[in-house]
Design a binder for this molecule. Structure first.
Ligand code: DX5
Length: 220
């Protein structure tokens, strides 16, 4: 299995002191997730590409587009928004893209890793034919839209099956990940853990990250 990665999602960070909150956790983060919502694919909205103008970080970004039919032009606005930032991957949803292959190819053409996400109710079968086209798969463990929801443990069967199919693929989980649920995800085969409220709602954010790593080490 590839290396374990901790990916704080800035969705539940204090947006008024976003830069300070990012500074606090930077040294303990492998990637930083930026959640983008359009109030169409999900019932919530965030700033779009201008989000990337609100902070700087040395940590490469994981951009999770919870957006219906993201066009090439739309994706380009993220790529061009803040040239000081490094974008590691752009993740699009299977459920939101009519021409998923073309969207993934466009992301890769820009030298950015392409990832696909599936919602809790979407079966793994839906994306089996495009596994060779992606560098990461995100198995959502909550319905996308809001942080602070409960981890849906039944999604672990998809993680297990995918890990058996692709021993070296980055498999990401997102939603309800904390020091109790992280070991369940890693045991199933996930190696990229997105965590928002457990980190950003903690008094000591670095301790929250260390607690997750400790719990994984002790329980997996
Ligand atoms: C859910 C987002 C998640 C969310 C996770 O729609 O994609 O990244 O912020 O939040 P927690 O970790 O609080 O469940």
């Amino acid at each position: 299995m590839p290396k374990l990665k901790i990916v704080p999602s800035i969705l539940s960070a204090n947006q008024d002191r976003l830069q300070e909150e990012i500074n606090e956790i930077e040294d303990y983060s492998d990637l930083l997730q930026v959640d983008v919502m359009d109030n169409k694919f999900v019932p919530n909205i965030t700033p779009q590409a201008e989000l990337l103008k609100k902070f700087n970080t040395k940590v490469p970004l994981d951009i999770h587009l919870m957006v219906k039919e993201p066009s090439n032009e739309y994706i380009e606005t993220f790529i061009n928004s803040n040239k000081k930032l490094k974008i590691n991957n752009i993740t699009v949803h299977y459920e939101a893209c009519r021409n998923l292959k073309k969207t993934l190819e466009f992301i890769k053409k820009n030298n950015i890793k392409a990832a696909v996400a599936i919602n809790p109710k979407t079966p793994l079968d839906a994306i089996k034919d495009i596994l060779d086209k992606v560098e990461m798969v995100l198995i959502m463990t909550v319905e996308p839209g809001f942080s602070g929801q409960k981890f849906i443990e039944s999604c672990m069967s998809k993680v297990k099956e995918l890990r058996e199919l692709r021993p070296n693929l980055d498999i990401e989980v997102d939603g309800g990940v904390n020091d109790k649920t992280a070991p369940l995800a890693v045991k199933a085969g996930a190696n990229v853990l997105v965590v928002s409220s457990f980190i950003f709602k903690s008094k000591d954010k670095v301790k929250a990250i260390k607690d997750i790593l400790k719990s994984v080490k002790q329980n997996v």
